[in-house]
Design a binder for this molecule. Structure first.
Ligand SMILES: C[S@@+](CC[C@H](N)C(=O)[O-])C[C@H]1O[C@@H](n2cnc3c(N)ncnc32)[C@H](O)[C@@H]1O
Length: 260
């Protein structure tokens, strides 16, 4: 066990802009200690000095602490609810166009799932889709659009056949047309500004890593960013305990509507 995690957190905040205080401490500290140990550091001080000097180690640190697991069409039932109920509701209550944010999008599996769903089931609907993540390595990966068999295993076959090409090494390349529909940006949910007037915000499987306080703050900020009757779509192990107080209405499991 390393000492002076408090000092390390302060140093990391000034070096990277990431406030480790907002992440669940035990889990995060364990991950950082494991990585520092693996690299042969005996204390936080020497690890921090190395991070300041070594850009590759800095990238590795960011990438390691931001758990990037994702896959296409993760939890199919929820995507079906989005398609059959939430999007039709949004089209009824809105201006016919959809403004969507996929927050903490990791390797792009989630925003690309949205694009394919809209193209297949709502071909006439115009939409803009911004996808953001803290980690610029996953954003670079997403823009390349080359995926393993495992990432695409849950996708309906018609999506796979229509929007991907299988490479000779067994990976799948998503079409340029789908890539072009997503505007990827680096963005820190804890410190950067949120855009306004979204119809739909999708933020799944990231808030589980944050403290209750940080989570509540983000749920409130999402509320401000949604238009009236817009929806927040969260992960399958998540819930908003203070939903009513903030002004959300639970419409389906994992879909919260901003009351008008
Ligand atoms: C487990 S992935 C979730 C990916 C996708 N939403 C899904 O459910 O399949 C968590 C993502 O959250 C990102 N992340 C962690 N802290 C963040 C922060 N402060 N701001 C924005 N993204 C963050 C990580 O880089 C990682 O890509």
């Amino acid at each position: 066990m390393f000492d002076d995690y408090e000092g390390f957190k302060k140093n990391i905040l000034s070096l990277t802009g990431i406030d480790l205080n907002s992440y669940k401490e035990r889990q995060m500290k364990r991950r950082i200690d494991t990585l520092a140990n693996k690299l042969g550091f005996k204390d936080y001080d020497s690890y921090y000095k190395d991070l300041k000097m070594n850009a590759d180690h800095r990238k590795q640190f960011m990438n390691y602490l931001t758990i990037n697991v994702s896959e296409f069409y993760r939890n199919p039932g929820q995507w079906n609810t989005l398609r059959d109920d939430i999007i039709p509701n949004l089209l009824k209550s809105g201006n016919g166009e959809l403004k969507i944010w996929s927050a903490a999008c990791s390797t792009g599996d989630e925003p690309y799932t949205i694009v394919m769903m809209l193209k297949e089931h709502f071909p006439k609907v115009r939409f803009s889709l911004t996808a953001t993540d803290l980690d610029d390595l996953v954003i670079a990966f997403a823009k390349e659009g080359n995926y393993s068999q495992k990432s695409v295993a849950g996708l309906p076959k018609e999506y796979l056949n229509k929007y991907f090409t299988k490479n000779s090494d067994g990976t799948y390349q998503i079409s340029k047309e789908v890539i072009s529909k997503v505007n990827f940006k680096q963005h820190n949910l804890l410190s950067d500004r949120y855009d306004m007037n979204y119809d739909l915000i999708v933020c799944r499987n990231v808030l589980i890593y944050f403290t209750e306080e940080a989570k509540l703050d983000i749920f409130k900020r999402y509320y401000q960013s949604l238009r009236p009757e817009g929806y927040l779509f969260i992960g399958s192990t998540e819930q908003i305990i203070q939903a009513k107080e903030i002004g959300y209405e639970l419409q389906h499991s994992f879909f919260y509507k901003k009351k008008s």
